[in-house]
Design a protein around this ligand. Structure first.
Ligand code: SF4
Length: 177
C-alpha cells in the first residue's frame, strides 16, 4: 500500500513538473496567454496558407496568431518575432506590419484585436491597435497600390541590410543599396 502511495506521489510530482516546464517555456517564448491557432514558424501547429483580407486587398503571415480572452469575448492576437535586438521603441515599419495583421484579422474574424505583440531578442512590445494606426495601414496600402503602376518609386530608406535580404532586389527600380 505504501508503495502505491509513493508511486502516486511520484506521478503527481512529475505532472506538476511538466506543467511548470510548459509554462516556463511559453513565458520564455514571449507569447501571450492563449491557444496558438496559427504559426508560420514551423515550431507549432503549422498552417501554411497566408491570412487574406479580400476587403482591403491585404495578405500576411504573422509568426503566431493567439486566440486570447478580451473580457468575456475571444480575440485573435498577432505576434511577430524579430531575431535582432532593437532596444527602445520598435521601428515604425515593424509596427505597421503588425497593424496590417490586425486589420486582416479584423476583416477575417469580424472583430478587431486590441493589440498585437512584437517580440525581439530584447523582449516583448505590446502595440495597441489604435484608430490612428489602422488609418496608417490603409494609407500605406493605398500608397503601395499607387506605386505599383507608377513609372518611378524613390527608395524610402537607407538600410543596406534591408536591401540585402529583399526578394525584389534583382528588379528593383529604386537602386538597391
Ligand atoms: S532592394 Fe529595392 S525594393 Fe528591396 S528594400 Fe531595397 S530599395 Fe526597397
Amino acid at each position: 500500500m505504501q508503495l502505491l502511495w509513493l508511486l502516486a506521489l511520484l506521478l503527481l510530482c512529475a505532472g506538476l513538473a511538466l506543467v511548470w516546464m510548459a509554462r516556463r517555456g511559453r513565458h520564455a517564448s514571449g507569447l501571450p496567454a492563449g491557444a496558438v491557432v496559427y504559426s508560420d514558424t514551423g515550431a507549432e501547429q503549422a498552417v501554411p496558407a497566408p491570412l487574406i483580407s479580400r476587403r482591403y486587398g491585404l495578405i500576411g503571415k504573422p509568426d503566431y496568431l493567439i486566440e486570447a480572452r478580451q473580457g468575456t469575448a475571444r480575440t485573435m492576437i498577432p505576434v511577430e518575432v524579430k531575431s535582432r535586438n532593437r532596444p527602445g521603441t520598435p521601428p515604425s515599419g515593424h509596427i505597421l506590419q503588425l497593424a496590417t495583421y490586425c486589420l486582416i484579422i479584423e476583416d477575417i474574424y469580424g472583430s478587431a484585436p486590441s493589440h498585437g505583440v512584437l517580440r525581439d531578442a530584447d523582449g516583448s512590445h505590446t502595440i495597441a491597435y489604435t484608430p490612428d494606426l489602422r488609418r496608417a495601414v490603409l494609407e500605406a496600402a493605398e500608397r503601395i497600390r499607387a506605386a505599383r503602376t507608377a513609372p518611378d518609386v524613390p527608395r524610402s530608406h537607407q538600410d543596406a541590410g534591408r536591401c540585402a535580404h529583399c526578394g525584389y532586389r534583382q528588379g528593383c527600380g529604386s537602386q538597391a543599396l
